[in-house]
Write a protein that binds this ligand. Structure first.
Ligand SMILES: C[S@@+](CC[C@H](N)C(=O)[O-])C[C@H]1O[C@@H](n2cnc3c(N)ncnc32)[C@H](O)[C@@H]1O
Length: 257
């Protein structure tokens, strides 16, 4: 079954992420690093973030990919040789991360899962290195056409985004705003960029899975028939090539002055 960390889902979203994210911020991040930098990628999954940054072609990067899922990390190493890997569940404590060799830290599609408390403790461990955090969800979902159940479903989904994913109550849709505030308090200069997906006709595979992920996350609460009705109407719109959806994400580059 597809879930937000399954290999199939991460593979499906990778080209949408690459098209949406800010090349300008990514280039500025790489320019801030020494020659042959060592970058620690948090929650690396199948290595999409490393592939994106390698693809900008600025030179040889030594990667340390960190994730708790050994199967995803194995896929990452099959697609890119010579990656150092650390299999660790870092939710209990950011101090579990080995940042000793890191010239920089990156992550993609991760921080809406973590809590304010975890992020504050993480920032105290990173020691001022450049940070690039791409594709943090900001909770914006713009459905065209709208549906009478959108407001109810998306309110529930936003509540689900704030559920504890092991790091304490997740920042969810507030993550970009809270991260920027906490990074500023630590003295970082922040550069944000919008990295939203714009999906429509021709994107039926990712639209179908998004509708199902949202419906599955909200149906256990009260009102299952309304959720299933919404799911069926959204599937019908996708089949008619009549659904478009914008999914909001923010990239943040943070550099110390
Ligand atoms: C939404 S995926 C993003 C993966 C990858 N960065 C990408 O952009 O394709 C989030 C990743 O964080 C990892 N993750 C979630 N919680 C974790 C934890 N407590 N410790 C380590 N990794 C975790 C998952 O295994 C997954 O690979």
């Amino acid at each position: 079954m597809t879930n937000e960390f399954s290999s199939d889902w991460l593979a499906l979203r990778e080209p949408y992420d690459a098209a949406a994210r800010s090349k300008r911020l990514a280039a500025a991040f790489l320019e801030a690093l020494p020659a042959r930098p060592c970058i620690l990628d948090l929650g690396a999954g199948r290595g999409a973030n490393a592939r994106f940054l390698d693809g900008l072609g600025s030179g040889d990067i030594c990667w340390r990919l960190v994730d708790r899922d050994p199967i995803l990390l194995k896929e990452a190493s099959q697609m890119r040789a010579q990656t150092d890997q650390q299999i660790v569940d870092f939710a209990p404590d950011p101090a579990l991360l080995d940042l000793s060799q890191a010239d920089a830290v990156s992550a993609s599609a991760l921080f809406d899962l973590v809590s304010v408390d975890w992020f504050e403790r993480f920032l105290r461990t990173v020691g001022g290195v450049p940070l690039l955090f791409a594709l943090t969800a900001d909770g914006e979902f713009r459905w065209r056409p709208s549906d009478s159940a959108d407001v109810m479903i998306m309110a529930r989904f936003e509540a689900d985004m704030r559920r504890d994913k092991g790091f304490g109550p997740a920042m969810g849709a507030d993550a970009p705003r809270l991260m920027a505030a906490l990074l500023s308090e630590e003295g970082y200069l922040i550069r944000p960029a919008q990295s939203s997906w714009r999906l429509g006709a021709g994107d039926s595979a990712i639209l179908t899975i998004l509708v199902d992920l949202i419906a599955d996350a909200t149906r256990d609460l009260d009102g299952r028939p309304e959720v299933e009705g919404w799911r069926a109407r959204r599937h019908h719109s996708i089949a008619m090539n009549d659904l478009s959806l914008e999914v909001g994400h923010i990239d943040l580059l943070a550099l110390l002055d």
